[in-house]
Write a protein that binds this ligand. Structure first.
Ligand code: ARG
Length: 501
């Protein structure tokens, strides 16, 4: 059997690549991910060349047919590409030439350089991966919305500095991450706008003298517009860095969810329990149920950040124009795509199956000193003290009950009146109902009225608004997915029609 060899782009050189150096130099391993995109790229480019009168119909048909055959073999898993090849661009062109000869096959790359070709392939692939991530974010939000709904009245302590801060609800906690993730979604959508522009036709760096039609390939490949300047189109990777930074932020947000859930699944809290499918155990301690998937997710966040740093570092010193350093960006990009998608999958699984234990949350709420703020605010509103006066009174009451070994719930109106009298020489009247409003956890939360606070009604309102945002986001996403799908379907239809001519 004749083996396809890599000689296509070395006509100026007398010797082949040193074999170890060829392996060092090749991008074949990371190019496998853009195989399909490279086929689409060539189909669109060559259809455009024909329509511009640059290549004849007969040759176009031969090229399209061979590209389709190559793609079919690829799909069947029949293709393995030797690392002797520089990249898949060389492999596919060599394969086409092997099939139909250099006279026809040699037309495939007219008016195109690998520099605009590779960046076009990368963008075609990355936009699909980005939309998968965006969809996964919406799935995660959907889960959080459902869990919020189930927990409107699940009271829990809100923490600052890891200490009891205020009374809130578990739904308020979940709803906070819905808002964060909606911002993450928007960030990816915004990144998409800058990503989905067409670099094809920029040539090596400065265009071509062949009368190509960049608008046509833009349309055929479903890009929203042309990435105009040929130097920019071939040399910039800011869209990749922006994508990695969106991933980093998303990872950082998920890592913080992981940190909360990890903590709350400890026996000391017992607020939540992971489903067995997402937990592990120990080789020696049979009692263990480890939330190690969440630990890993937190650990893998650093992988996301390192991808961003890698890309920034790769690009920072590169003068304008293509340099081979840019080849490395693909490795980093695919790694961060896989990492982000896997983490989103695990996070969604964990949160959708998480067992919530409201009774354990309530144990901390009842009798908690978090109501000290409510006592202070009640004295401001109902007894006319300045906030700092009432703050000091409330602190004094905390110290008194702590010394007695009781809780703030045991306070009587007289305790409060006397403390105010003693500290500020003021006579106030405290009635039972006033104190009750402050010291009963549920009533104290009912008093909370500021916009966005964890009052169950506020959360219900936010939940409703987020439901609308979720619907709007889904429509936005579907539009983008449909427009890519339509463009690529029509590209293939056009190719098939030419083949019939
Ligand atoms: N394989 C390269 C990459 O992945 C593209 C080829 C550019 N090579 C060149 N000699 N201009 O970036």
């Amino acid at each position: 059997m004749r083996v396809l060899t890599s000689t296509l782009f070395r006509s100026r050189l007398e010797k082949g690549f040193d074999s170890k150096t060829a392996k060092f130099h090749t991008s074949v391993p990371e190019d496998l991910r853009i195989f399909e995109d490279d086929i689409n790229n060539s189909m669109a480019h060559d259809i455009m060349l024909y329509e511009q009168g640059i290549i004849p119909l007969k040759e176009l048909k031969m090229i399209l047919k061979s590209l389709m055959e190559i793609y079919e073999s690829w799909n069947k898993g029949e293709i393995t590409i030797s690392q002797e090849f520089d990249d898949i661009h060389e492999y596919i062109e060599a394969k086409v030439i092997e099939k139909i000869g250099i006279e026809a096959g040699g037309m495939i790359h007219t008016g195109r350089s690998r520099n605009d070709q590779v960046v076009c392939d990368m963008k075609l692939r990355l936009r699909e991966e980005l939309l998968i991530i965006a969809e996964q974010i919406l799935e995660l939000i959907e889960v959080l919305q459902k869990r919020t709904e189930e927990n409107f009245d699940t009271y829990m302590i809100l923490y600052t500095h890891g200490q009891h801060a205020q009374i809130g609800t578990f739904s308020a906690y979940l709803s906070n991450y819905i808002e964060i993730l909606l911002r993450d979604f928007e960030r990816f959508m915004d990144c998409y706008k800058r990503l989905n522009t067409n670099p094809l036709g920029a040539g090596p760096v400065g265009g071509t003298s062949i009368a190509i039609n960049r608008l046509r390939t833009t349309e055929l490949l479903g890009f929203d517009s042309i990435q105009m300047n040929s130097i920019d189109a071939t040399s910039s990777r800011d869209w990749a860095i922006e994508f990695a930074s969106c991933c980093s932020l998303l990872m950082s947000n998920m890592s913080r969810i992981a940190a909360d859930i990890l903590e709350w699944s400890a026996i000391e809290y017992g607020y939540v329990e992971l489903a067995d499918e997402f937990a592990s155990s120990s080789s020696i301690m049979p009692q263990k149920k480890n939330p190690s998937t969440l630990e890993l997710l937190r650990g893998k966040t650093s992988e996301g950040y390192s991808a961003l740093m890698e890309l920034l570092t790769m690009v920072k010193g590169i003068p304008s124009g293509y340099y081979q350093d840019l080849q490395q960006t693909k490795i980093t990009l695919w790694r961060t795509v896989d990492n982000t998608q896997a983490c989103l999958y695990v996070m969604t699984g964990i949160l959708s199956t998480l067992k919530v234990k409201p009774e354990n949350m309530w144990k901390q709420v009842d009798g908690s000193f978090t109501i000290a703020v409510e006592i202070a605010e009640t004295l401001v509103m109902d007894a006319g003290l300045s906030f700092r006066e009432s703050y000091k009174v409330s602190a004094e009451l905390v110290n008194t009950v702590l010394k007695k070994g009781t809780t703030l719930k045991s306070l009587t109106p007289i305790d409060v009146e006397e403390t105010v009298q003693k500290m500020f020489n003021k006579k106030i009247i405290v009635v039972n109902s006033m104190l009750e409003k402050a010291t009963d956890p549920k009533k104290s939360l009912d008093k909370r009225i500021s916009l966005g606070c964890p009052h169950p009604d506020e959360i219900r309102k936010m939940h409703k608004e987020n439901e609308t945002k979720l619907k709007e986001s889904t429509i936005k996403l579907t539009d983008k997915k449909t427009s890519i799908k339509d463009a690529l379907n029509s590209l293939h239809k056009i190719a098939e029609n030419y083949l019939k001519e």
